[in-house]
Design a binder for this molecule. Structure first.
Ligand code: NAP
Length: 247
């Protein structure tokens, strides 16, 4: 059985392609989202209980290989998978979509984390912020009593939130016209995003460019070493080479 650590569109595409090729696949989700989009094949939901427990799970379920297709900012599960696979001697592949690249006309300010993103709002001359960094870590912005935040998340975020804020619940894919509408309706003057990469949520960057807005971009955290690919096709080829799955 191949275990896909999921929670991304690439993980779902990979599971679908592998199931179609007759592979036995289990996808694992953290259980953060109330009604997740479920991948094809078997699905398990919830944390494993850390690297040692994950190593036991791999052995108990006779996992032949792990493909870590989690989000670029899901640091803990990737670290846990690296340790667990080493303990259980299970091959591991990282599937990570490329980061976004600035284009002509972009006004991007790179920062290392959400605290730095919050501190950079005045430098970006922003007061009305479109905050798209997700439900976790919003406490970094909670002390900002000056800016107004439009916070977009999949599920309702818990406190602490910035005092001056509005939450909209939505999930990608998003389109340019919708992002421009949000920016205009809410008189947004700065966008904050993680460098998530991929096409599902990239329209906000096009919209910011079109309106000449600065974008505060949070850099990806470091990742464990080991073999890594950037496309679903390359992950399929790795699985084919090692496990004779048709590609
Ligand atoms: P995280 O900080 O790396 O993980 C926290 C804990 O959640 C892990 O230690 C693990 O618990 C459990 N976990 C995370 N992903 C899991 C998975 N795929 N299967 C089973 N357990 C998992 O992760 P996160 O940032 O909270 O993200 C959670 C999930 O949402 C990930 O699967 C990720 O792909 C997806 N996601 C994250 C973001 C983001 O911005 N961080 C954005 C979109 C989607 P145990 O230690 O108990 O095993």
């Amino acid at each position: 059985m191949i275990l896909i650590l999921g929670g991304t569109s690439e993980a779902r595409q990979l599971a679908a392609a592998m199931v179609q090729r007759g592979a036995t696949v289990t996808s694992s989700l953290a259980g953060r989202v109330a009604s997740p989009r479920l991948p094809a094949g078997e699905v398990r939901i919830g944390g494993f209980g850390g690297p040692d427990a994950l190593a036991r799970w791999l052995a108990d379920h006779q996992v032949a290989a792990v493909i870590d297709a989690t989000h670029p900012f899901a640091e803990r599960i990737s670290a846990s998978a690296a340790i667990a696979c080493a303990i259980a001697s299970v091959p591991r592949l990282r599937l990570e979509r490329p980061g976004w690249q600035a284009r002509e006309g972009d006004r991007w300010l790179w920062v290392d984390d959400l605290d730095q993103a919050a501190a950079a709002i005045p430098a970006a001359s922003g007061e009305r912020v479109f905050l798209t960094t997700g439900r976790q870590g919003l406490a970094a912005f909670a002390q900002d009593g000056k800016s107004w935040f439009l916070i977009r998340c999949v599920d309702q975020p818990g406190p602490p939130l910035p005092a001056r804020s509005e939450v909209i619940l939505d999930r990608g894919p998003f389109i340019l016209a919708g992002e421009l509408q949000l920016i205009d309706d809410h008189r947004i003057d700065v966008l904050i995003t993680k460098d998530s990469g991929g096409s599902f949520t990239a329209a906000k960057l096009d919209a910011a460019r079109e309106r000449g807005l600065p974008v505060i971009v949070v850099r990806r955290p470091p990742r464990p070493g080991g073999p890594a690919v950037t496309s679903v096709q390359a992950a399929l080829e790795w699985a084919h080479a090692g496990y004779r799955l048709g590609v």
